[in-house]
Design a protein around this ligand. Sequence first.
Ligand SMILES: [Fe+2]
Length: 136
Amino acid sequence: MSLIEWNDELVLGVAVIDGHHQHLVALLNKAHDAFIWGLTPGELTATLQELTDYANYHFAAEEELMQAHHYSGLAAHQREHAAFRDRIATMGHNPSGDSFPAYLELIEFLLEWLVTHIKTVDRQTVTAITTPSAKE
Ligand SMILES: [Fe+2]
């Protein structure tokens, strides 16, 4: 069973962003599955690395889109992305064999952060850049 199912509440209406988010959800499920399947610490690290690398690629794409639309909330949104990176760096993504709780804690953080960020900050941004009158 997947950790999270892609659903309508996560759809923002901009195809490229929705596609990225869908892929992030798939990578999060993959990282969770890796834990369930009992993969080695090295394999767990690789799945988390894939997820964080893709998140960074996605953040850059979102920030480019906001720049292209001269979105006034860009700096605040960038700070959200930076806080995410800092949190991941602090929690680390190199779990050893006996630190599975740390791995699960990281997965839970990623799940909570991703869903909350998409539903609030990303939705607000997409609404602003796709609705001229709503531009801040
Ligand atoms: Fe974002």
